[in-house]
Every structure is written in structure tokens, then in C-alpha cells.
Design a protein around this ligand. Structure first.
Ligand SMILES: Nc1nc2c(ncn2[C@@H]2O[C@H](COP(=O)(O)OP(=O)(O)OP(=O)(O)O)[C@@H](O)[C@H]2O)c(=O)[nH]1
Length: 601
């Protein structure tokens, strides 16, 4: 039995990070009986361990809620969870496109932030009706009335029906359910008799069921035994199971128009499923496919190498497994003179990079060295061809290059006025071009165009430290612009360390080079000989430091003393060695790579 359209509501929750989206989602699940209170693990929607630890939502999920409204009618509410971090903006946009309404959650003590704006504008672009939810009214600092006005003023939407709640205590949450039913529209179209037409919203790999495909049905019915066709790729699959998440996985006989659910079939890899693809029945096809989505493009690349070269096979298996579940992560084999065999990996952003690296280390027990993150540069070559550069080490001879283009972003920053000066300076130092400055109450709203290259390293950390954590930030890629970029090499003991080479703007090269040399000087241990550390552009050295020679050997002070203590010291040294890489005659600790690449100004 499928549910009539007017008894279905499909909605997302959009919010700035930490404004309480997951807490509210949990409350809604709890109130509608999806979970008994005692089963409630904190924040069920954030299912991966790392997500839970970091308190961020990565993988968009959906949950079907059964709700008996105050009018006595039964409704199906499909909650489509969306990630809150800028790196995952693409996942936000695809989940929003599959539903009709949004709850806009705003922390009533903090007010509108950068990602509130970015996310709500995406919802508006998708023609969503919006219910404003002012959360955390239990906090003494909450000012729901003022924030309601702010939402109207800054975002320009009607907030007269805003629901005031505390997702933490549960106060007001039942009103959210009523608002979903009465203020959000049911699915706009849907013909049960028409040929199957469904949108592929997401897919992931499950160890027991294989690839699970999340769909939103537009027309027709999806059920077991059907042969379906993906219209974009042309691939055909037999449907083996259909079901929904409540959030527990429950099989259902069929999925009808307006509904969300999943199916499994003979699909081998997540890569075989394209988000945004139209799914239809092979023997009775829908006439017109949905407008497609473009796949998420990696914007940041870095090399990942095992600390111990013998672990390469394990790394190969691990990246393969991760990719099964995360099609936005890409990799190809790379060899580095300094680091041996590894993978060049592409990510949606820096957070995505950190998460993947952490999962590889934690879930697969690998020790890794990550090279400097690099954006994708476009090289215009003299022979008229264009080459994408994912790795500074692959840069062709400069005489072959007529121009280098780099990606730019448009950033929105909201900050209390007190920190405006520091932030303006930061943006300016990072080659930013100010596009706008206005005020949201007492806070400044800054719009800047910045080269992504200047943001990937530590911009966000710097912004947070300058503003004592109060500034919020969001960005999207805009275009490629030509820049005066040069490749800077780092030489340790006269040997170039390919993993540390990077593209930098000419005006910033000397400062970066100097900082890098100083940092490496601190991080590379003394050896028995003097070690020069140099930064160079082409053949020209632009910065130099020297590590003086070591005088004593570590065990000298134990001479003639306690043997166990001596052995302990040697063991400790050996342990340290494991995390070292040898470059010519010099041992560089893994930590040196990580720290050297995370540089402040
Ligand atoms: N006092 C108070 N704290 C709340 C309320 N709702 C959520 N919080 C707290 O605010 C923090 C962030 O809440 P989350 O639900 O994780 O926020 P989120 O928006 O889902 O964050 P992301 O998943 O990272 O995007 C948590 O520490 C919650 O316990 C509320 O109504 N009152």
C-alpha cells in the first residue's frame, strides 16, 4: 500500500553547524516512535564513529517517520538529513533537490551565521517552503524574538510562524511536527499509474547487502523483481529488496510516488550508481529523464604514503574499500622519490581529507604521511593545450607554460564587529578582493573573493583564532583566474624533497619559503653532520636555515649505567625511526611533514 501524496511530507533540516540539527532530528524520531527512548543512542543520524566524535554530519541519510497529527490523520514524514560543513555542500544540494520543504534551524542565542545563509539560499533555490525553527530557547542568552526579526531582515523570509523550541529539553518539538504537516507542501507531482521514474539520491556500500541505493520515487512503483534501468549510465539491474529507514532498516513491498526508500540489487560498486540519475523500469520506461546532477568534483588533492613502505598493499586495499562507500573520494597511484609508493587522492575539501586520512589510520590501522594539500591548477601550455595539475611535483618545465590559472572562491564571513579589522587583514594577506561589507545587527557580513589555494591550508583555523571562535565562514567555488604562481621546492641537505614542493604566489613565496625552512629546522632532529634546509624557485634559493651537527649520542649519558634503561632508550629511538623517512642521509619525522604543511602566517 502506498501513501496518498497529500499525506506525505518530504523535508530537510538546514542549519549552521552546531545549531542543533542532529539533536532536533533525534527528537523528531523519538517523538514519532521511531525509537524507544532507551534505544536512543545520542544522535542516531550521525552513524559513523568519526562523525559522532567530531559532531558533524557527513553522509546524508533519510528517515521515515509515521506521525498522527492533531487532526487525527496519519502522515508519512521523510526526513532527509543534510551535512552542515562547507566541504559537503554538494551533498546538501542533492538532498535538497529531492524534497519540497526545509526546517531552517537557527540557534536563538547565536542568530544567523554564514552557513545558515548558504544553506537556506540553496533551499530557496530549490523552491522549498521553509519553516523557521528557533532552537535553544532554554539557554539564558536566547533571544528568540530578536532572532526572529533578524531572520526576516537578513534572509528575507516570513518568520511570523517561527516555532520556538529547545531540541535539548524537547520543549516545543511537537509544534515542529504540526508545522511540517501544515506549513510544508506535499509532493507536487506523482502518478502511480505512470511508468517508474525515481531519482537516485544517494548510495553506499553495506557489508551484508552490497550497494544500497536511496531513491525518491516521482512516478510509478518500485518493487522487488523489477528490472530497472539507470537512464544516465544505461545499466540494468534486478531489484532484490525495497525498504525504508525508520531509522532501523525495514523491508517494504513497494515504494510509491512521493516516497523515499532504498533498494538493493545486483549492483557491484557505488561507482556504478550516479547521484541524480533517473531510474526507470526497463520494460516500461519513462519518457523523460530528470535533469541530471554533475558529480562532485574533488577540489583538494594530496599524496598519501605509508610510513612503512611494506604497508603499501594494505593501503591499496584500504583506499579501495573506502572508495566503495565514498564516490566523492578519488585516488590514483603515485610514486614519489622521497616517499616511495602511495596514492594521489582527491577530496571535496580539507575536512574531507582529514576524515579520510583519519579513517585510513584508525579503521585500517595504517601509519600515513600526507603531502601538502594542493588545489587543482590549470596550466595553459604553449602548444595551446590545457593541462590540469593535481600535483606540484608533476609541473612541467616552466618554459612550456604560458599561464597558470587557479580556482577562486566566494567566501561569506559573519563576525562580531570587534574582530573585523583582523579578519580584513587576513583576507587581504591571502590575496582576497573585497566584494561587499554590510551589517547583520552588530555583526559584520563580509563577502570576499579569494584564491582557494590561500584557503586550503589554515584559513579557517586562523579565522577562528582571530575571532576567538565567533566568526562563521562559508564558501563556494566561482571561477578560475590567472595568477603569478611559481613552484617552490624544498631542499634538505641539497636534495629536493618532492613531497614538500608546492605552488605559491610569487609575492608570497619568500615568506612561505622562510617559514617552511624555520619550521623544518625545528622539526628535523640533529644529525651527526650539518644539514642545510633551503627553499628554491627554479635554481634560485630564496630562504635557508641550517641544522647544526649533533654532538653526543643518546646513550652516552647512560654509559656504564643501567642496561635496561639504555635498552629502553634505544627502543624508543627505534620506535621514532619507524615514523621517520630517509632522504639521502637525513631522517625526517612524519610529524615534520604534517607540521611544515600546516603553517600560520
Ligand atoms: N542548550 C541547548 N543545547 C542544544 C540544543 N539543541 C542542541 N544543543 C546542543 O548544541 C550542540 C550542537 O547540536 P547538534 O545537534 O549536534 O548540532 P548540528 O547542527 O546537528 O551540528 P552538525 O551535525 O555538526 O551540523 C550539542 O552540544 C547539543 O547538545 C538546545 O535546544 N538547547
Amino acid at each position: 500500500m502506498t501513501t496518498p501524496l497529500d499525506h506525505i511530507r518530504n523535508f530537510s533540516i538546514v542549519a549552521h553547524i552546531d545549531h542543533g540539527k542532529s539533536t532536533l532530528a533525534d527528537r523528531l524520531i523519538q517523538l514519532t516512535g521511531g525509537l524507544e527512548a532507551r534505544d536512543m543512542k545520542e544522535q542516531v543520524l550521525d552513524s559513523m564513529d568519526i562523525e559522532r566524535e567530531r559532531g558533524i554530519t557527513i553522509k546524508a541519510q533519510t528517515v521515515r517517520l509515521k506521525y498522527r497529527a492533531n487532526n487525527g490523520e496519519d502522515y508519512i514524514l521523510n526526513l532527509i538529513d543534510t551535512p552542515g560543513h562547507v566541504d559537503f555542500a554538494y551533498e546538501v544540494s542533492r538532498s535538497l533537490a529531492a524534497c519540497e520543504g526545509s526546517l531552517l534551524v537557527v540557534d536563538a542565542s547565536q542568530g544567523v551565521e554564514a552557513q545558515t545563509l548558504a544553506n537556506v539560499y540553496q533551499a530557496i533555490d530549490n523552491n522549498h517552503e521553509i519553516v523557521v525553527v528557533l532552537n535553544k530557547v532554554d539557554l539564558p542568552a536566547a533571544e528568540p524574538e530578536r532572532i526572529r526579526e533578524q531572520v526576516e531582515e537578513v534572509i528575507g523570509i516570513d518568520a511570523s510562524n517561527a516555532v520556538m523550541i529547545s531540541a535539548k529539553t524537547g520543549l516545543g518539538v511537537p509544534d515542529v511536527l504540526e508545522a511540517i504537516v501544515h506549513q510544508l507542501p506535499p509532493p507536487r507531482e506523482g502518478d502511480i499509474a505512470a511508468p517508474l521514474k525515481a531519482m537516485l539520491v544517494d548510495s553506499w556500500y553495506d557489508a551484508y547487502l552490497g550497494v544500497i541505493v536511496l531513491v525518491r520515487i516521482i512516478d510509478g512503483v518500485l518493487k522487488k523483481g523489477q528490472t530497472i534501468r539507470m537512464m544516465g549510465t544505461g545499466a540494468k539491474y534486478l531489484v532484490e529488496r525495497t525498504g525504508v529507514f525508520t531509522p532501523a532498516r525495514v523491508n517494504v513491498d513497494e515504494l510509491g510516488p512521493g516516497e523515499f526508500g532504498f533498494f538493493t540489487g545486483s549492483i557491484k560498486e557505488v561507482a556504478d550508481t550516479r547521484v541524480g540519475d533517473t531510474i526507470t523500469e526497463d520494460r516500461r520506461q519513462t519518457a523523460k529523464a530528470l535533469p541530471g546532477f554533475k558529480p562532485a568534483q574533488p577540489v583538494v588533492f594530496c599524496g598519501l604514503f605509508p610510513v612503512d613502505a611494506a604497508d603499501f598493499e594494505d593501503l591499496r586495499a584500504a583506499v579501495g574499500k573506502l572508495r566503495l562507500n565514498d564516490a566523492s573520494f578519488s585516488y590514483e597511484m603515485e610514486t614519489s622519490a622521497a616517499l616511495g609508493f602511495g596514492y594521489r587522492c582527491g577530496f571535496l575539501g580539507l575536512l574531507h581529507l582529514e576524515i579520510i586520512q583519519e579513517r585510513l589510520e584508525r579503521e585500517f590501522n595504517l601509519d600515513l604521511i600526507a603531502t601538502a594539500p594542493s588545489v587543482v591548477y590549470r596550466l595553459l601550455l604553449n602548444d595551446g593545450t590545457v593541462k590540469e595539475l593535481h600535483n606540484p611535483a608533476d609541473m612541467p618545465d616552466v618554459v612550456k607554460i604560458s599561464a597558470i590559472e587557479e580556482p577562486w572562491i566566494r567566501a561569506t564571513i559573519l563576525t562580531p564587529d570587534d574582530y573585523l579589522g583582523g579578519i580584513l587583514k587576513l583576507c587581504q594577506d591571502r590575496r582576497g578582493i573585497q566584494a561587499d561589507l554590510s551589517y547583520v545587527g552588530k555583526r559584520a557580513m563580509l563577502t570576499y573573493d579569494l584564491p582557494l589555494n590561500e584557503v586550503v591550508f589554515d584559513f579557517y583555523d586562523r579565522l577562528k583564532s582571530i575571532s576567538k571562535g565567533y566568526a562563521s565562514f562559508d564558501y563556494h567555488l566561482t571561477d578560475y583566474r590567472e595568477g603569478d604562481l611559481v613552484k617552490m621546492s624544498i631542499l634538505v641537505n641539497e636534495e629536493p624533497v618532492d613531497a614538500l614542493s608546492m605552488l605559491v604566489h610569487r609575492t608570497a613565496a619568500e615568506k612561505r619559503g622562510r617559514a617552511m625552512c624555520e619550521k623544518l629546522k625545528e622539526l628535523i632532529p640533529h644529525h651527526l653532520f650539518k644539514i642545510p634546509i633551503q627553499a628554491a624557485i627554479g635554481g634560485k634559493v630564496i630562504a635557508r636555515e641550517t641544522i647544526s651537527a649533533l654532538r653526543k649520542d643518546v646513550t652516552a649519558k647512560c654509559y656504564g649505567g643501567d642496561v635496561t634503561r639504555k635498552r629502553k632508550l634505544l627502543d624508543k629511538q627505534k620506535e621514532g625511526k619507524k615514523r621517520m623517512r630517509q632522504f639521502g642521509k637525513v631522517d625526517i619525522p612524519q610529524e615534520a611533514f604534517i607540521q611544515a604543511l600546516k603553517m600560520g602566517d
